[in-house]
Design a protein around this ligand. Structure first.
Ligand SMILES: Cc1cc2nc3c(=O)[nH]c(=O)nc-3n(C[C@H](O)[C@H](O)[C@H](O)COP(=O)(O)OP(=O)(O)OC[C@H]3O[C@@H](n4cnc5c(N)ncnc54)[C@H](O)[C@@H]3O)c2cc1C
Length: 457
């Protein structure tokens, strides 16, 4: 059995890990779900809620929550990887706005189910800051706030706070301003995924762990050398999707890495702020993200770790000394008051990115195979929307969700190697260099424009 990743979140679980039963015979189900992360579990949750008689199973190669769902930054946000402009190009202005509003509602939906099902996920909906600590970042913050205004969103959804207002709430060094959105909650991701698995199990969904799917096609799934016959298959493997030969170039696994500090004293938090456990990021190119945990630590992460040739995924990639050291340095740079703090945990994991950075929910009506993923780093909320959408598609219900622009979206394939490796790693290097150059020379580089174009911002 592959061990669950060592992380702050897994160490915080109160129950010792006792793996569930593995597949050890041929079986029949109405719906077979591959992957017990949020996507797979939310799909099962809503299917069972809408059609209690359905016979549903979930397979995980490891244990429920082994993937990104158990080890992320714990932002349940309304962020969607595709910007409003790009969404409007794929559909129209009103549909793009509807997608964003649906994401706002999705954060509340996750909170509602957490409360309804008595899940202790350390949920606190305090909102989120994107701080600006130099002139270029300030320009971006103001532009972003204006952009949302132009799209018809008001100050209750997205607002800009000046230097004094920002300092009051998040006392980061050199802060010049910040944007704020209330549409984000901080959570303990492993607690959510492990308890969600228990909730659906109680509702009659069968979860098999240490049950790796080696192949699947219409009506059949192969697990541990056994055959599972089924009407519908949901591929909910996200970053691991590229391990299946036929999806090798559908998305790439990109590593995001995290650190957690020891709990910080009340005096330190009085200095820093983040009273409502607001999550935070800034406007650099190489993304960073953080939260104040319920037990008063920083959980802080970022991109920057290398992409591995051939889309390889390996637990040893969860550790990358240089990236973890850079993360600590960055965190101290933002909050110098924590200098000398002890790092108690370092970890990481893969997330999926499609060639056009677009997430998807797809349903092949000939084979009855569904898939959702490529959430970039925004899957905590988005996977809930995916689960609800998948349940509507399987039950043949036309709803407000089934005609959102990401449904049936097909991204083009990634390049073959070595072009993929060269392209992804050189873009990453350029983004890192652009951050240094922009900070030093206070001028936006072409790399930022390129990245924004890619993301549709
Ligand atoms: C370090 C990190 C930080 C992140 N931070 C945030 C954040 O703060 N906010 C946010 O919104 N998003 C964040 N993300 C992204 C988010 O965590 C993911 O988008 C989301 O959890 C995806 O859920 P999932 O269920 O689709 O995939 P996963 O949780 O990855 O689940 C896939 C599951 O499939 C299983 N599997 C794989 N192959 C097979 C197979 N062949 N057979 C059976 N099972 C298989 C795996 O074991 C795994 O459990 C982060 C990701 C990482 C890695």
């Amino acid at each position: 059995m592959s061990q669950p990743p060592k992380s702050l979140w897994w160490d915080s679980l109160s129950k010792p890990l006792k793996p569930r039963e593995s597949v050890n015979s041929n079986l029949n189900f109405d719906v077979a779900i591959i992957g017990a992360g949020y996507t797979g579990l939310w799909s099962a949750y809503y299917l069972k809620q809408k059609e209690p008689n359905l016979n549903i199973c979930v397979f995980d190669a490891s244990v429920a929550g082994f993937g990104a769902s158990g080890r992320n930054g714990g932002w349940c946000s309304a962020l969607f990887p595709v910007g409003l402009d790009k969404l409007a190009k794929q559909s129209d202005r009103q549909t793009a706005i509807r997608m964003q509003k649906t994401m706002f509602e999705t954060v509340n939906e996750v909170g509602r189910i957490i409360e309804k099902e008595n899940i202790d996920a350390e949920w606190q909906k305090g909102g989120s800051y994107s701080i600006a600590r130099d002139d270029i970042q300030l320009k971006r913050a103001k532009m972003e706030a204006n952009h949302f205004k132009e799209w018809g969103f008001n100050e209750d959804d997205y607002t800009f706070l000046n230097e004094a207002e920002a300092k009051e709430r998040i006392n980061a060094s050199n802060i010049l301003g910040t944007t704020f959105t209330p549409h984000c909650a901080a959570i303990n991701p492993a607690k959510l995924v492990r308890q969600l698995a228990e909730v659906i199990e109680k509702k009659g969904v069968k979860i098999f762990e240490n049950s790796k799917v080696t192949n699947f096609s219409q009506n059949q799934v192969f697990v541990n050398n056994y055959l599972i016959k089924t009407n519908f298959i949901i591929n909910a493997t996200e970053a691991y999707r590229s391990n299946f030969k036929k999806y090798k170039r559908a998305s790439i696994p990109v590593y995001s890495l995290m650190i957690a500090t020891e709990p910080l004293s009340q005096n330190v938090w009085n200095e820093i702020g983040l009273k409502n456990r607001e999550t935070f990021a800034d406007y650099r190119n190489v993304i960073i993200y953080g939260q104040r945990t319920k037990d008063n630590r920083f959980a802080f992460g970022g991109r920057g770790a290398p992409y591995h040739f051939g889309s390889k995924i390996n637990p040893i990639f969860d550790q990358h000394k240089k990236t973890h050291e850079d993360l600590l340095e960055t965190l101290i740079d933002i909050f110098p008051v924590i200098k000398g703090v002890k790092v108690t945990h370092t970890w990481g994991g893969p997330l999926a990115i499609a060639r056009d950075w677009a997430s998807h929910v797809t349903f092949n009506q000939k084979s009855n195979i569904l898939s959702a993923g490529s959430y970039v780093g925004d899957g905590v909320g988005t996977s809930n929307l995916a689960g609800r959408t998948i349940s509507d598609l399987i039950l043949n219900r036309t709803t407000d969700l089934t005609n959102l622009p990401w449904v049936q979206h097909k991204s083009k394939k990634w390049e073959i190697e070595p072009f993929r490796w060269i392209g992804v790693n050189s873009t990453l290097q350029m983004a890192k260099i652009a951050d240094v150059v922009e900070k030093k020379f206070k001028r936006e580089t072409f790399v930022t424009k390129l990245l924004n174009k890619l993301r549709g911002h």
